[in-house]
Design a protein around this ligand. Structure first.
Ligand code: C5J
Length: 221
């Protein structure tokens, strides 16, 4: 067993039943010309967590902890994109429209790719998800069950949207969830801060938070 001095109290977990989930570290959210930038966001905020996320992924791989990557994207015919989702956001560049990185948030387009610094290694699971949460309309639940997962370490973007939605869904499914504070980010720093507080409030009502340095140290034993 490993122990980490997380917030709001120490978390004891078994690395053998732990999975790292890296949420939506895609060019569409992190680089200029993508979905995030089209909404008027400063993508440099999200770029800043790439090095810490890369360290966390390397630590998980070194500890033989499975890494699951997700990508928020839709089928080219948009059959999995509800009009209610497509109709919001920027009218100038909606989901499925052609932008500087290909069609926005469409599977197979350059913008939907994970940034090269965090590219999945051979054999790692990559889940394409049409929703904000990673369980909705995906086989994530089955895959986690097959891996015998009990604890999820989460990283990625954005903290209060896809990361928090996934973490809440995972918490409801009985997983113990730990969010890596410096490997997650929002376009709105105050939303990130509020999300971290919400997660740990009321005796870890959604889960725990810790830094990547703490997580790495715990994984090294
Ligand atoms: C958003 C995400 N923010 N991956 N997606 O639309 O958080």
């Amino acid at each position: 067993m490993a122990e980490i001095d997380a917030l709001p109290f120490p978390l004891v977990f078994d690395p053998e039943t732990t999975v790292l989930m890296v949420i939506d570290m895609q060019r569409d959210f992190i680089e200029e010309g993508g979905f995030g930038a089209s909404l008027g966001n400063d993508v440099r905020l999200l770029q800043a967590i790439v090095p810490a996320t890369a360290r966390l992924i390397a630590a998980a791989r070194a500890a033989e902890i499975p890494v699951i990557h997700t990508r928020e994207c839709h089928a080219p015919d948009l059959s999995d994109c509800p009009p209610a989702k497509r109709g919001r956001g920027s009218p100038a560049l909606r989901i499925g429209d052609v932008g500087p990185m290909g069609r926005v948030l469409i599977a197979g387009e350059p913008g939907a790719d994970i940034v090269p610094e965090l590219a999945p290694a051979e054999g790692e699971i990559v889940i394409d998800k049409p929703g904000k949460g990673a369980f909705y309309a995906t086989d994530l639940g089955d895959r986690l069950a097959r891996l015998g997962t009990r604890t999820l370490v989460l990283a990625g973007v954005t903290t209060e949207v896809c990361v928090q939605t996934t973490m809440r869904e995972a918490n409801d499914r009985g997983y113990e969830c730990l969010l890596a504070e410096d490997a997650t980010e929002s376009y709105f720093p105050e939303f990130k801060a509020a999300t971290l507080e919400m997660i740990r409030a009321q005796g870890a009502i959604v889960g725990w938070t810790a830094t990547t340095w703490q997580i790495e140290a715990a994984l090294r034993g």
